[in-house]
Design a protein around this ligand. Structure first.
Ligand SMILES: [Zn+2]
Length: 315
């Protein structure tokens, strides 16, 4: 079941404004993560281009800024409208020219010494904790989905390669977050469940606005659950009281029809008469009407005695 996108879009929009005044190591980790998830290299008639695709214009802007901050490049952004084949509008952020593309790939640890493209993730990218967070931020911006906390608590990072999904899970585990991988058609999904873990993740990647929205919804939901539980509890109690009163009335009617109320022990007789007169009174109210008054548990005890007498009469 695909999660709803509203909350995701809002989270990405605000996260796209996350400060770019970070150390280069972190900016590199974020961009590298993005390229792993949504990057591709095109070669046409000897010309090379590196393209990153996103459906979110705010995210496209952030990509532009990352290339600018790290490499002083003004990348080109293209807009491609949805067609019958492509379901969504997409933005393409593109770097052209072999020299530039090679420089960036090398800088992000994607080329081996011979200049061949590496598929795996260069672990050097996130030796530091700050970079691990940045890497996860990039992954969320590129392929993250967060379900609306009003319904369920589910966060996922969708990637094309299993190895990459495992890398993300490992990173999440480094921060004490339980994550798992499962396969969905042609993709792999690293996912987190549970509201606490998701809140921790949002905090970790710096999605503070999303976290705030998430917490608000969570509070409202929890409150609603608590009220529902309370109402159910009270209703259950009320039902129990009504059931008990009906049972008492029935017992008294059996006595009337068999031995007669006058044959009841002196302690029970007045109580039985009161119950007949006040079928809806609570045990406490009945006890208060007795002379001398009796506590709720005392009344309860006598009704239990009555129950036993009836049980002997009607086997
Ligand atoms: Zn760093």
């Amino acid at each position: 079941m695909p999660p709803t996108f509203t909350f995701t879009t809002r989270a990405k929009n605000s996260l796209s404004r996350f400060s770019l005044r970070q150390e280069d190591c972190c900016l590199r980790a974020e961009l590298a993560s993005f390229l792993h998830m949504k990057g591709s290299i095109q070669m046409a008639s000897g010309r090379i281009a590196l393209t990153v695709i996103t459906e979110n214009p705010a995210v496209a802007r952030r990509l532009f800024s990352l290339f600018k901050s790290l490499y002083g490049l003004n990348t080109e952004i293209f807009f491609r409208q949805k067609t019958r084949l492509k379901k969504n509008n997409v933005y393409l952020v593109q770097v052209r020219g072999e020299e530039r593309v090679r420089y960036i790939l090398k800088n992000l640890g994607r080329l081996d010494p011979q200049g061949h493209l590496l598929m795996g993730v260069d672990k050097k990218l996130f030796r530091r904790r700050c970079c691990k967070k940045a890497f996860l931020r990039g992954a969320f911006l590129a392929g993250g989905y967060l379900s609306d906390p009003g319904s369920t608590y589910h966060l996922e990072l969708v990637v094309d390669y299993e190895e990459y999904a495992r890398t993300l899970v490992k990173l999440l585990q480094d921060f004490g977050l339980k994550a798992k991988v499962h396969r969905r058609k042609k993709s792999y999904v690293a996912y987190i469940k549970g509201s606490d873990a998701i809140a921790d993740f949002l905090q970790l990647i710096g999605a503070h606005e999303a976290l705030l929205g998430f917490e608000n919804t969570r509070v409202v939901k929890d409150m609603r659950n608590r009220i529902n539980r309370l109402v159910n509890f009270e209703t259950a109690n009320l039902n129990k009281t009504v059931d008990a009163a009906l049972q008492q009335l029935e017992d008294i009617k059996v006595i009337q029809a068999t031995i007669g109320l006058e044959r009841l022990p002196a302690g029970i007789r007045p109580l039985a008469k009161l119950r007949l007169a006040y079928p809806e009174a609570s045990l406490k109210e009945l006890g208060a009407m007795l002379n001398p008054p009796l506590s709720k548990s005392g009344v309860n005890h006598r009704f239990r005695k009555l129950r036993q007498i009836v049980a002997k009469l009607v086997p």
